[in-house]
Design a protein around this ligand. Structure first.
Ligand SMILES: [Zn+2]
Ligand SMILES: [Zn+2]
Length: 310
């Protein structure tokens, strides 16, 4: 699937598979960043960075899609998500992505997935890993009061993972279909009082203001939204008056000793309602154009749209 001058189209792709292994792709999910990228014009690369599938020996794998040089100080310190190379060779951005029948992948990017994980939901390992990393960054002590601003895929994921970890979680959801999804995940929907940690997964001026106002003194604000490139009004005074800590989280960490993909895969396997709630639409590969149109159309009430090539 390519973003062409004529829109989303399914085209044959020629590829030199030297040193690569074949992944027969079972599921690919559409990300907000895919829609953003498509708006920036045609690309010579197959779209999609959230995907999983089977190796020739039947092993179910997810694919780590980000670039990482492997030798810079951040890579050496176990933070490949901070590598300066991160976007240069990212699959779907600077190299062919995963929305195709067969992807030829660098073996170092393969993450074997646990038994019992549904291949039709395994595309979500990548986006759920973003939520895993966000919770890691927040460094939560037990039994926190947590508020999540925004009930898109990331907001719902962070909130659900925090609830699985035993925290008291409330989410601010704008649309009725998002409230229904949050309710199905057992999340509170009516904010009251102050919160130890607020995740802003909305990325708007109003959400950021609400997040700062909702923080308890000494609390932590975690910036997760897709903020406008020109910046947003930042509630510095409110945060300073509370001596709040503001941090951000980007992507995930997959290293020899720390694997957010594996943690995400276990959450998806152990809590099947997570994928059942997040995935609202499924399409075969030939209907990829409809899949992208659905992901874009608020009236279709899409949370995650998944394409199934196989
Ligand atoms: Zn994504
Ligand atoms: Zn690096």
């Amino acid at each position: 699937v390519f973003n062409t001058a004529d829109g989303i189209a399914v085209r044959p792709v020629e590829e030199e598979p030297a040193g690569r292994v074949r992944v027969r792709v079972s599921s690919v999910s559409i990300c907000g960043s895919d829609l953003w990228l498509i708006d920036h014009g045609p690309s010579p690369f197959v779209v999609g960075h959230e995907f999983a599938g089977h190796l020739d020996d039947g092993t179910l794998v997810a694919v780590y899609p980000l670039g990482r040089c492997g030798s810079c100080p951040q890579c050496a310190a176990g933070n490949p998500n901070r590598c300066p190379d991160v976007f240069r060779t990212t699959l779907g951005l600077g190299a062919h992505g995963g929305m195709r029948d067969e992807a030829w992948v660098d073996p170092r990017a393969l993450v074997p997935l646990p038994e019992g994980l549904d291949p039709a939901a395994a595309a979500l390992v990548e986006p759920v890993a973003v939520g895993v990393h966000a919770l890691d960054r927040a460094g939560l002590a037990d039994g926190r009061r947590i508020l999540v601003m925004g009930a898109g895929p990331l907001g719902l994921t962070v909130a659900a993972l925090a609830r699985y970890a035993g925290h008291d979680v409330t989410i601010v959801a704008r649309h009725p279909f998002q409230r229904a999804a949050a309710d199905r995940l057992g999340l509170g929907l009516s904010p009251t009082g102050e919160y130890d940690v607020v995740f802003d997964a909305a990325g708007s001026v109003s959400a950021l203001a609400h997040a700062a106002e909702s923080l308890a003194p000494g609390g932590t604000l975690v910036l997760l939204g897709m903020y406008p490139p020109d910046g947003v009004h930042y509630p510095a005074q409110t945060l300073m008056a509370k001596e709040a800590t503001a941090i951000s989280a980007t992507a995930y960490r997959v290293t020899d000793t720390h694997d957010d993909f594996r943690t995400a895969a276990h959450h998806l396997r152990d809590h099947p309602e997570l994928a059942a709630t997040l995935i609202t639409h499924r399409y075969p590969l030939d209907d990829a154009a409809t899949a992208f149109a659905t992901a874009r159309d608020r009236d279709r009430h899409a949370v995650k749209v998944v394409v199934h090539p196989g």
